[in-house]
Design a protein around this ligand. Sequence first.
Ligand SMILES: *[C@@H]1O[C@H](CO)[C@@H](O)[C@H](O)[C@H]1NC(C)=O
Ligand SMILES: *[C@@H]1O[C@H](CO)[C@@H](O)[C@H](O)[C@H]1NC(C)=O
Ligand SMILES: *[C@@H]1O[C@H](CO)[C@@H](O)[C@H](O)[C@H]1NC(C)=O
Ligand SMILES: *[C@@H]1O[C@H](CO)[C@@H](O)[C@H](O)[C@H]1NC(C)=O
Ligand SMILES: *[C@@H]1O[C@H](CO)[C@@H](O)[C@H](O)[C@H]1NC(C)=O
Ligand SMILES: *[C@@H]1O[C@H](CO)[C@@H](O)[C@H](O)[C@H]1NC(C)=O
Ligand SMILES: *[C@@H]1O[C@H](CO)[C@@H](O)[C@H](O)[C@H]1NC(C)=O
Length: 221
Amino acid sequence: MFHCLFLFCFVCLSDLKALLADACQGDRGGTCGIEWLLGIIQNMSSPVLPLETVATLLDELGDSLAGLTQTESQDDWVEYGDAVLQATNKLVSTLVEPTMTENTRNLTTNHTEVRIDSVGPNVTLSETPTIHIKEASLDINLLYIANKSNGSASVALVALIYMETVLDPNLLHTETDTIKTTISRVVSISLPKTNISLLPGSFTLTLQHTMVSLIVVEKNL
Ligand SMILES: *[C@@H]1O[C@H](CO)[C@@H](O)[C@H](O)[C@H]1NC(C)=O
Ligand SMILES: *[C@@H]1O[C@H](CO)[C@@H](O)[C@H](O)[C@H]1NC(C)=O
Ligand SMILES: *[C@@H]1O[C@H](CO)[C@@H](O)[C@H](O)[C@H]1NC(C)=O
Ligand SMILES: *[C@@H]1O[C@H](CO)[C@@H](O)[C@H](O)[C@H]1NC(C)=O
Ligand SMILES: *[C@@H]1O[C@H](CO)[C@@H](O)[C@H](O)[C@H]1NC(C)=O
Ligand SMILES: *[C@@H]1O[C@H](CO)[C@@H](O)[C@H](O)[C@H]1NC(C)=O
Ligand SMILES: *[C@@H]1O[C@H](CO)[C@@H](O)[C@H](O)[C@H]1NC(C)=O
């Protein structure tokens, strides 16, 4: 059964909760559940996963992270929050669909909102449209990025609900002596499966809330 899980076939995915309960002997509170999930995601080598698989894993991650705040000390939150961000970006990158022209994908789960835009060498757009999710919108010159890459590029905009509790601004160490306020959603921008070493040019991220969010920008090959 475990062997099967690593292949992430549909049948086995329905057993995820049961396997997780097994692995943690029914107690998925604490760090057991989240460690188990992060381990599985880290070990995944498939560059493409079905939407359902990604949705389930994203929600399990969110549940585990929320559970962590009930039991563990704040010192652990940031570390796990960061690991969940990385695991999320890895999962999201498996949703990228190669295209000759352009395509978009979206996914809304209990804990995340995902939108991925991709362009290819035969793109028909003359400019990149604004990318919208409920929590935020993003203006980024994906066509320019594709041109600086090999003709193809993707951008993923992800809102992580729950993450704002975990990545409480007061837990983050900053050099400057700023006043840290309650934040809104944590929004992650990544360039999955895009071969570029630096984010070229600028981008504009507009957030739905009035407070400043934590923003994570990451290159993700
Ligand atoms: C991930 O892979 C490592 C090394 O192959 C293995 O030791 C570990 O048990 C795996 N983790 C999970 C959760 O399967
Ligand atoms: C999402 O939330 C609903 C309602 O709480 C729950 O029934 C469902 O199982 C959740 N989905 C996942 C994948 O956790
Ligand atoms: C996903 O995108 C499609 C087409 O752009 C749209 O019709 C649909 O409402 C979107 N779904 C979500 C959950 O955002
Ligand atoms: C992409 O463009 C090239 C050259 O412009 C053309 O030869 C090719 O057929 C196009 N491919 C698709 C899938 O449109
Ligand atoms: C980038 O744009 C230049 C100028 O339009 C063009 O000559 C070049 O082929 C483009 N490169 C790619 C990878 O699309
Ligand atoms: C990424 O780009 C570099 C330099 O442009 C190139 O050497 C490398 O092969 C590319 N990697 C992939 C996976 O396409
Ligand atoms: C560009 O490189 C990416 C990986 O870096 C690859 O997935 C994609 O197919 C390549 N596109 C073209 C047009 O070669």
